[in-house]
Design a protein around this ligand. Structure first.
Ligand code: 5GP
Length: 200
């Protein structure tokens, strides 16, 4: 498996999805993992594009069956990364991008210590995050309150990441993100090292 993994975490509303969307338009050989969730579909979101939306019962059944590479409960909903497509993409030497939370990152890092690059994206301040969540007009005030609370918890684990991007100016952030994508591909797995040494 020559593929690599780039984990992108950060509070909801920090701009992760827009950044990843731009990268997907212009970079080749990337597999963006579409997560499965039990949360309600937001206005404008599409099944199989943003998430696969399933019931809590179905999600719990899939946990039992070992279908997830990792899963976590975030804001009282389940979110998980399906295992099979990740292994397929890695075997095709792709860069796998995972938009997952801090809990998911911790698991993925343990499972693939050599091939994971980690990036945390956030806003310049809490106030700015709240402003963006309010502007989005997709969440209730209670949901926004919970998302802000969760953001503060996630920020406390920022030191577990290799890179930090403060998404103030979108174009500048995108440029930096592109560099990180390119660098993530250059990680070298144990298998690649062994193969190279044998050949050398
Ligand atoms: P949202 O509801 O805003 O789409 O996502 C909420 C949080 O769940 C975000 O921090 C996002 O990165 C995280 N998330 C989305 N999919 C997954 C997943 O498959 N696994 C984990 N652990 N977190 C996820």
């Amino acid at each position: 498996m020559g593929g690599k993994i780039l984990v992108v975490s950060g509070p909801s509303g920090c701009g992760k999805s827009s950044l990843i969307g731009e990268i997907l338009k212009s970079e080749k050989d990337i597999y963006f993992s579409i997560s499965t969730t039990t949360r309600q579909k937001r206005e404008g979101e599409r099944e199989g594009v943003d998430y696969y939306y399933i019931s809590t019962e179905q999600f719990e059944k899939e946990i039992e069956e070992g279908a997830f590479l990792e899963w976590a409960k975030v804001h009282d909903n389940y979110y998980g990364t399906s295992l099979k497509p990740i292994y397929k993409a890695l075997s095709e030497n792709k860069l796998v991008i995972l938009d997952i939370d801090v809990q998911g990152h911790a698991i993925v890092k343990i499972k693939f210590p050599r091939i994971v690059t980690s990036l945390f994206v956030t806003t310049p301040s809490q106030e700015e995050l709240e402003r963006r969540l309010q502007k989005r007009q997709t969440d209730t005030q209670e949901t926004i309150r919970r998302r802000l609370e969760n953001a503060r918890k996630e920020m406390a684990r920022m030191d577990e990441y290799e890179y930090l991007l403060v998404n103030d100016d979108f174009d500048c952030t995108l440029q930096a993100f592109r560099h990180i994508v390119h660098t993530a591909r250059l990680k070298v797995s144990q298998n690649e090292i062994d193969t190279f040494i044998n050949r050398w």
